[in-house]
Design a protein around this ligand. Structure first.
Ligand SMILES: O=P(O)(O)OC[C@H]1O[C@](O)(CO)[C@@H](O)[C@@H]1O
Ligand SMILES: [Mn+2]
Length: 437
C-alpha cells in the first residue's frame, strides 16, 4: 500500500528562535548595512554622475533594510533585467495564494532571502551609469587574497598529483585521490561570506593536511557511490562523460572546485566539465563571470609556478571547450530545484546529459530539499521531490537547520558534540542520489 505523506512546512522567520529567524532579524540587516558602507566609500572614485548613482543605491539599500526590519510586504521589482517578470509573477502568485502579500518575517525564508539579494541588484540596476557594479566585489577579492597560502599549498599538491597521473596510478590510488579532491571541494564550502555577515572567512591553513582530521565530521559520506556512478558512466559508453558542477562561492572555495575539475579531467574520469555560475551578485560571495575572469587572471599572473601554470591551462580549457561556463538566471531565482523542470526546462534538459551533477554548498542544498522542515531521517531522494535530471551529489557544509538522510538517533548524537552543529559549517555531507523517487 502506498502511503501519501504531505511534505513538511517551509523554514521561516515566523518560527521565533530558529536560524531563519535570526538570519532575518540580525544577519541580513547587517549585510545590508555593510553594502551601504561599501557603496558610500566609493564616492571619491567616481565623477558627478557616478556619485548621484552611489547616493541612489545607498538610499535604496537603506529603504530595503527598513522594509525588512519593520516586516513590510514585499513589493514588485522595478528594473528591466531578464528575470524581472518572473520575480513579479511569483510575487503575485504568492499574494493570491496566501490572500496577503508575502512579508519578511512571515513568509518562507528561502523566498524572502533570495528576494533581498534581487532587490540589492535592483538598486544597482536602477542607476544611470553604475549598472554593472558588484557591491560584493571587494569582499570576494580580499577573501581570495587572504587565502593565498592555502591556495599555494593546494595547487602545489595538484601539480604533484597531475605529474603522478601522467606516469602511472593504480585504480586504488585513483580512488584515494578522487576522495581527497572531493573532500577538498567539500570543505572549501566552509569559506562563504554570507554566514559570517560579510566578515573575513578565508582559509588560512593548509587544507590537505587537515582532511583526515575532518573525516569524522562528514556525517553522510556517499563517496563510494559517487565513484561507482562515474565508473559506470565510463564503462557504459566506453569513455568518460560530461560532469556538471553547480558552483557556489568565489575565493578559496572556487579554487577547490577548479582543482576537483582539473583532477577529473587529468585522471580521465570526465571528458568535459560544465560549470554553473551566478548571473548576478548573489548571497555575498557567490561566483559570477567577472569573479571567474578575475580569479583566472590572478592565477595567471601569480609568482607561484603551480598557480600560474594552472591559471593558463584553465584559460585554455575554456577556450577549447573542455570547460564550459553557464550562467542561467534560474540559479538566482527563489525556486526550489523541484520546480526547475517547470521554470527552466532547457536547463533541466541540459543537466540531463551529464553523468553526474555536483551541487556545491548550503544554499544549493536548501533548494534541493525545498528548504522544508524535513525530519532528519527522511531519505535524500524523497526530499528532492522529483528533481532528478541526472545522478546528483551535494557537497555541503551545514549552515542552515535542515538536513536529511541521517540514521535514527544520529542527529541527537551530533548535537551532544556541538549544540549548533547545523549552522556552524563544522559538519558536512556528501549526499548522492541515483534514482527518481
Ligand atoms: O555559500 P553557501 O554555502 O550556499 O551558504 C550560504 C549561506 O546563506 C544561507 O543559505 C543563508 O544565510 C546560509 O544558510 C549559508 O550560510
Ligand atoms: Mn554561497
Amino acid at each position: 500500500m502506498e502511503i501519501n505523506i504531505l511534505p513538511p512546512l517551509p523554514l521561516s522567520a515566523s518560527y521565533e528562535g530558529t536560524f531563519a529567524y535570526y538570519t532575518i532579524r540580525d544577519r541580513l540587516p547587517a549585510i545590508l548595512s555593510k553594502i551601504a558602507d561599501t557603496v558610500f566609500r566609493k564616492k571619491n572614485e567616481t565623477g558627478e554622475e557616478g556619485r548621484e548613482d552611489l547616493k541612489s543605491i545607498v538610499g535604496r539599500i537603506s529603504k530595503l533594510r527598513n522594509e525588512l526590519q519593520t516586516d513590510k510586504p514585499l513589493i514588485q521589482i522595478e528594473d528591466t533585467r531578464s528575470d524581472t517578470d518572473v520575480w513579479n509573477q511569483e510575487l503575485h502568485r504568492r499574494e493570491i495564494r496566501a490572500e496577503a502579500p508575502p512579508s519578511w518575517f512571515k513568509s518562507p525564508w528561502l523566498y524572502v532571502e533570495c528576494y533581498m539579494y534581487r532587490r540589492v541588484e535592483e538598486a544597482v540596476k536602477m542607476s544611470k551609469i553604475l549598472t554593472t557594479m558588484d557591491v560584493f566585489e571587494e569582499l570576494k577579492q580580499s577573501s581570495f587574497l587572504d587565502s593565498q597560502a592555502a591556495t599555494i599549498n593546494l595547487m602545489m599538491f595538484l601539480l604533484e598529483t597531475v605529474k603522478k597521473l601522467q606516469k602511472d596510478a593504480s585504480h586504488q590510488d585513483l580512488y584515494k585521490l578522487f576522495q581527497c579532491f572531493v573532500q577538498v571541494s567539500l570543505w572549501g564550502n566552509k569559506c562563504d561570506l554570507s554566514i559570517s555577515g560579510g566578515s573575513d572567512n578565508a582559509q588560512t591553513s593548509p587544507l590537505i593536511e587537515q582532511l583526515h582530521l575532518l573525516e569524522d565530521n562528514i556525517i553522510i559520506d556517499d563517496i563510494a557511490q559517487v565513484w561507482q556512478c562515474l565508473q559506470d558512466a565510463k564503462s557504459k559508453s566506453g569513455q568518460p562523460g560530461r560532469v556538471d558542477i553547480v558552483l557556489d562561492n568565489a575565493g578559496f572555495e572556487c579554487i577547490t572546485d577548479l582543482c576537483l575539475a582539473e583532477f577529473l579531467l587529468s585522471a580521465n574520469i570526465a571528458s568535459s566539465i560544465h560549470f554553473h555560475l551566478k548571473a548576478m551578485p548573489w548571497f555575498v560571495s557567490d561566483l559570477t563571470q567577472s569573479d571567474w575572469d578575475w580569479t583566472i587572471q590572478k592565477l595567471c599572473s601569480s609568482n607561484n609556478l603551480a598557480m600560474s601554470k594552472f591559471g593558463s591551462k584553465w584559460k585554455q580549457l575554456v577556450k577549447n571547450g573542455s570547460w564550459v561556463l553557464h550562467a542561467d538566471d534560474f540559479w538566482t531565482m527563489p525556486f526550489s530545484y523541484s520546480e526547475m523542470s517547470h521554470f527552466a526546462p532547457e536547463l533541466y534538459k541540459q543537466l540531463g546529459t551529464s553523468s553526474i551533477v555536483f551541487l556545491k554548498g548550503d544554499l544549493n542544498y536548501r533548494k534541493l530539499v525545498g528548504d522544508l522542515n524535513w525530519d532528519t531521517t527522511t531519505p535524500f531522494e524523497v526530499s528532492l521531490q522529483g528533481f532528478h535530471p541526472a545522478p546528483l551529489c551535494s557537497l555541503r557544509t551545514l549552515k542552515a537547520d535542515v538536513v536529511v538522510g541521517l540514521k535514527p538517533g544520529r542527529a541527537k548524537e551530533i548535537a551532544t558534540k556541538e549544540k549548533d552543529w547545523m549552522v556552524t559549517g563544522n559538519w558536512a555531507v556528501i549526499s548522492f542520489c541515483s534514482k527518481v523517487c
